[in-house]
Design a protein around this ligand. Structure first.
Ligand SMILES: Nc1ncnc2c1ncn2[C@@H]1O[C@H](COP(=O)(O)OP(=O)(O)O)[C@@H](O)[C@H]1O
Ligand SMILES: [Mg+2]
Length: 375
């Protein structure tokens, strides 16, 4: 038996066509018609159910989750599914604006309110009147501004900086943070009264590593989107790349995946997607925070997949993966078996820029080329 010739068990089954992918995407979200939110995991469905429930009410929503999990996307979904959908969706990132300017950004100022206030400025609360204001990174709001935010949330009124006239607004607030606000309250870095006011309807957005089932469909979604945008025609994703992406822990969540696919499309010279897997392996994986052998297997698996990719899935021989990994060929082969690693074929699917084929047969031989030089 040739080195590297292992069974093809456990490889990713290519979907029949992008149509199928798109259909499965839309079934995943069909109940709620969240068109641009991709994924069908139970965790994401649960989040979307909560979004659905709260959207139509005028309640303040607090989106909790790591960076890149889709909080802003969900904030827009809440607005789009509310009575306010025809009005403004306004966003302000409390972490991106120097704290000295934040008050005037939020509430506006009158001319002459401070040294450089040469003209009157309308703040985001006024600009969002009738609509929704998305307060991103609300945990970064300076303590001294928190009472003013509490007042506008409770009374829907405030004064511009340097102004005396009380301004009434009708704004729905959706806030987001990747901080543990309760912890911040206990450390007196966040006011408890404001915490209770924004925490009326908290929604936890799960990290991508807790919904790895969503990876395939997200990869296809982004490949499709960037292929169209960059006028590329991508027909194949190597199964090894899919496998590595499914194994990775994604500390940067969906944003990291999106960026990786964009880089991959840029790098791809032909119809096969060239995923820079080294970018994944180089990153520290926090799957080690899970306990026990499962995470150890994941780390081992990631490392072995990387070396196998570098050796074109050649297991034995002088340039083979076994030598690189410092073990003998049969040991590596049984390890691969245990980890469910098999020399991949390329998974076949087509994304022609702009046009998605209407039919496709399941992994036809012609589309399914072997991955690796000596396949
Ligand atoms: N479920 C999803 N389906 C499609 N795109 C997503 C999904 N979740 C996140 N994204 C995309 O990932 C990127 C990061 O999402 P974003 O909402 O900005 O995250 P956060 O606000 O939590 O940092 C955005 O480009 C967003 O469109
Ligand atoms: Mg964000």
């Amino acid at each position: 038996m040739d080195d590297g010739q292992v069974e093809h068990d456990g490889i990713w089954e290519a979907p029949e066509s992008m149509d199928e992918v798109l259909r499965s995407e839309s079934t995943s979200v069909a109940d709620h018609a969240f068109r641009d939110i991709v994924g069908s995991s139970a965790a994401l469905r649960d989040t979307l159910r909560q979004v659905q429930v709260v959207a139509a009410t005028d309640a303040t929503v607090l989106l909790l989750g790591e960076t890149g999990t889709g909080k802003e996307l969900l904030a827009r979904a809440i607005h789009d599914r509310s009575e306010r959908r025809e009005r403004t969706f306004m966003k302000i990132n409390c972490a991106a604006i120097p704290s000295g300017l934040l008050e005037s950004e939020l509430f506006g100022h009158e001319r002459g309110a401070f040294t450089n206030a040469v003209a009157q400025k309308i703040g985001r609360f006024e600009l969002a009147n009738g609509g929704t204001l998305f307060l991103d990174e609300v945990g970064e709001l300076p303590l001294e501004l928190q009472p003013k935010l509490l007042r506008v949330l409770q009374e829907l009124e405030f004064e511009r900086l340097g102004g005396t006239r009380t301004i009434k607004v009708d704004v729905r607030v959706v806030a987001a943070t990747n901080r543990d606000l309760a912890q911040m309250v206990s450390e007196r870095r966040f006011r408890d009264d404001l915490y209770y006011r924004v925490n009326v309807f908290p929604i936890q957005v799960p990290p991508l590593r807790e919904r790895l089932e969503d990876i395939d469909v997200l990869v296809h979604h982004f490949v499709g989107r960037f292929a169209v945008r960059m006028k590329r025609s991508i027909e194949r994703i190597p199964a090894a790349a899919m496998e590595a992406m499914r194994r990775y822990s994604w500390p940067g969540n969906v944003r990291e995946l999106e960026n990786l696919i964009e880089r991959a499309i840029i790098l791809s010279r032909g119809p096969t997607l060239e995923v820079p897997l080294g970018d994944l392996a180089r990153r520290p994986s926090d799957c080690a925070v899970d306990d026990g052998t499962e995470s150890l297997d994941r780390l081992t698996r990631m490392h072995v997949v990387r070396i196998l990719n570098e050796t074109n899935w050649m297991v034995g021989g002088r340039g083979g993966a076994a030598v690189r990994l410092g073990m003998n060929r049969t040991t590596l082969q049984s390890m691969m078996k245990r980890l469910g690693l098999a020399r991949p074929r390329e998974s076949a699917f087509r994304v022609r820029s702009g046009c998605v084929p209407r039919t496709g047969s399941r992994t036809p031989a012609g589309l399914c080329t072997r991955y690796g030089a000596n396949a």
